[in-house]
Design a protein around this ligand. Structure first.
Ligand SMILES: Cc1cc2nc3c(=O)[nH]c(=O)nc-3n(C[C@H](O)[C@H](O)[C@H](O)COP(=O)(O)O)c2cc1C
Length: 207
């Protein structure tokens, strides 16, 4: 089966920041911010670090829900403390965010263990690449698009560019390093427009 994710701002091959919702064996719902990659058709992928509740729930249940939202508090609560029950729908067999613009229900197809050296982190733990198939897609509000971090990194670099001539050497060094890191992220997750725009900016900065 094929799904049209362009309606929710998702391009094949790119990564988006989304909220994964899962249920544990004892029925407890969990929400976590996880990068979502659409591979075309009904195929999806993500990489989840060892020791997260999401990984445990995904392995145990064989399914998960990818929620498309741009709510800053949902992203923040998920990351710093966990999301209160009131954010979820009343469904007992699936964890879904009540106010998600859209959501995808995914069945796990394949789990591949990867070395953490493929990721910019200092961790001994494994990372698991989870390949899945979309079982269902529900769009509540198509004006809510999936968030791509690449564009945010480009904007951050543009702001720093306009300030470069106004700051001391220490801050210039910080901006230079930030530019390198933003370009790394854009090359990894950004769309072709953000990649080209970043090259343009970098060439201009180096002149
Ligand atoms: C923007 C953003 C993107 C993230 N992407 C991932 C990811 O792709 N894989 C992952 O394992 N953790 C990712 N994280 C970290 C998890 O959200 C974090 O470890 C979370 O606490 C896991 O929660 P859980 O134990 O409830 O699953 C991301 C965090 C943020 C803020």
């Amino acid at each position: 089966m094929s799904f049209d994710l362009s309606m929710i701002g998702v391009e094949s091959g790119l990564q988006y920041e989304t909220v994964y919702t899962t249920i544990s064996n004892d029925g407890e719902k969990d929400a976590a911010v996880i990068g979502f990659v659409y591979l075309g058709g009904d195929s999806v992928s993500c990489s989840i670090f060892e020791d997260s509740q999401t990984l445990k729930n995904v392995m145990d249940s064989g399914e998960y829900v990818v929620n498309i939202t741009q709510d800053p508090f949902i992203f923040t609560y998920c990351t710093i403390s966990g999301l209160d029950e009131c954010y979820f729908t009343d469904d007992e067999d699936l964890a879904i965010l009540k106010d998600a613009g859209s959501y995808l229900i995914v069945d796990v197809e394949e789990v591949l263990e990867k070395s953490p050296r493929h990721y910019p982190v200092k961790s001994e733990g494994s990372v698991f690449e989870i390949r899945g198939r979309i079982r269902d897609m529900e769009i509540n509000d198509s004006s809510v698009k999936a968030f791509n971090r690449g564009f945010g990194c480009l904007i951050d670099s543009l702001v720093n560019y306009t300030r470069y001539g106004l700051v001391d050497d220490e801050m210039k060094k910080f901006y230079d390093e930030r530019l390198e890191e933003n370009q790394r992220i854009i090359n990894k997750v950004g769309d072709s427009g953000s990649i080209k725009a970043m090259e343009l900016l970098k060439n201009n900065q180096e002149k």
